[in-house]
Design a binder for this molecule. Structure first.
Ligand SMILES: C[C@](O)(CO)[C@H](O)COP(=O)(O)OP(=O)(O)OC[C@H]1O[C@@H](n2ccc(N)nc2=O)[C@H](O)[C@@H]1O
Ligand SMILES: Nc1ncnc2c1ncn2[C@@H]1O[C@H](COP(=O)(O)OP(=O)(O)OP(=O)(O)O)[C@@H](O)[C@H]1O
Length: 318
């Protein structure tokens, strides 16, 4: 497909981090991925991506952990931008600027958020009018977590995590504290460690837990705290042994629940209120258990254009 391109100067999109409230890891599939049953919640830590027309493809990253993010062709945001151009049959390039606030390699889908933001930003920049379904397909090709970063809210993930379905959840806001680790964990390494720990075991199919479904329906933070679960947690503990102490300390300091976020090493704690989150954050840092903590609420919206930043014309395709 080729489009007549109206001039547009920049589009900025914000995309959220995620925490897996539940992550059940089933058997390894023929393609090497694990069959999952997961429940995602988007939380209020965001990366911001701006795309601008350029003569050559490039990516620039700012923020405290910018030096940990690749700026070559492997950058997931750059790959996302190219995938939109390919999809549209465009011979156009963009500069991608990422303002990074989501911890890098922390199990909070930072790279996936950048990819989701870039898909939506390029859609806007090129006035392509790709629907959420089309963008969702491009997202799934880029990574298992990318479709959820586009969608946001709370959702069930199945397949390798890319197939999303709504969850019956009471409305309400949850208060989280995230304890960041000094060093990241590689997602493939954590899945490989999970396989190693389970060697010789018969791994059942991954299905949603009734306790998690009931907790979300009730909207009761205490029930949700008790229902949090992550099959990758033993593998993350095995690769970073100090992490189990962090989880234990947070629970002792009064968190309603705590677990490794996704493949880790960020540890997510659920609290009952904004004050509870502040108290826990102070306890975790003052005790020296965590060097760096972040607070956020969830659920929040998925990738969205930052108002006033889209200086192009209205989309040409519905
Ligand atoms: C840990 C989670 O963040 C939980 O939501 C995701 O499962 C990981 O999602 P992601 O970072 O988007 O992962 P992808 O880029 O799709 O895959 C990275 C690697 O993780 C492993 N992987 C990922 C997803 C999955 N269902 N099974 C896997 O075994 C594979 O080794 C894969 O090569
Ligand atoms: N735009 C990007 N932002 C962050 N990391 C990126 C990006 N592009 C590629 N990467 C690479 O991906 C690796 C994983 O980073 P990311 O922050 O996405 O991890 P994560 O949060 O653990 O992912 P997930 O929770 O989806 O498994 C990084 O170490 C980095 O080398």
């Amino acid at each position: 497909m080729s489009l007549a391109l109206p001039p547009t100067s920049a589009v900025t999109v914000r995309a959220p981090a995620k925490v897996n409230l539940e992550l059940r890891v089933g058997p390894v599939r023929d393609d090497g991925f694990h069959a999952l049953s997961t429940v995602y919640m988007a939380v209020g830590l965001h990366d911001e991506v701006t795309v601008t027309p350029a003569d050559e493809w490039s990516v620039e990253v700012t923020g405290a952990q910018a030096d940990l993010v690749p700026t070559d062709a492997s950058n997931l945001a750059l790959r996302a931008a190219r995938s939109v151009a390919d999809e549209l049959g465009l011979d156009e390039a963009v500069q991608v600027r990422i303002r990074k606030d989501i911890p890098v390699a922390g199990g909070m889908a930072g790279g996936s958020a950048d990819a989701a933001a870039t898909l939506l930003a390029c859609d806007g920049l090129w006035s392509a009018g790709l629907g959420r379904d089309e963008l969702g397909e491009l997202a799934a090709r880029l990574g298992s977590d990318v479709p959820f970063c586009l969608a946001g809210g709370i959702a069930m993930g199945s397949g390798r995590g890319e197939q999303l379905a709504p969850v019956l959840a009471a409305s309400g806001r949850y208060h989280w504290v995230f304890a960041l680790a000094d060093a990241g964990l590689s997602t493939p390494a954590v899945y490989a460690e999970c396989d190693r720990l389970r060697e010789g075991q018969d791994v059942p199919d991954a299905v949603p837990s009734p306790a998690m479904m009931a907790a979300l329906r009730s909207g009761d933070a205490e029930a949700l705290g008790a229902a949090l679960n992550n099959d990758l947690q033993p593998a993350a503990f095995s690769l970073q042994p100090g992490l189990s102490d962090v989880v234990e300390a947070g629970l002792e300091f009064g968190a309603l629940g705590g677990l490794v976020s996704g493949s880790g090493p960020t540890v997510a704690f659920l609290t009952g209120s904004a004050e509870g989150a502040l108290d826990l954050a102070v306890s975790l840092t003052a005790s020296g258990v965590a060097g760096d903590v972040r607070r956020a609420t969830g659920p929040v919206a998925g990738a969205h254009v930052v108002p006033g930043e889209h200086v192009g014309p209205a989309p040409a395709r519905a």
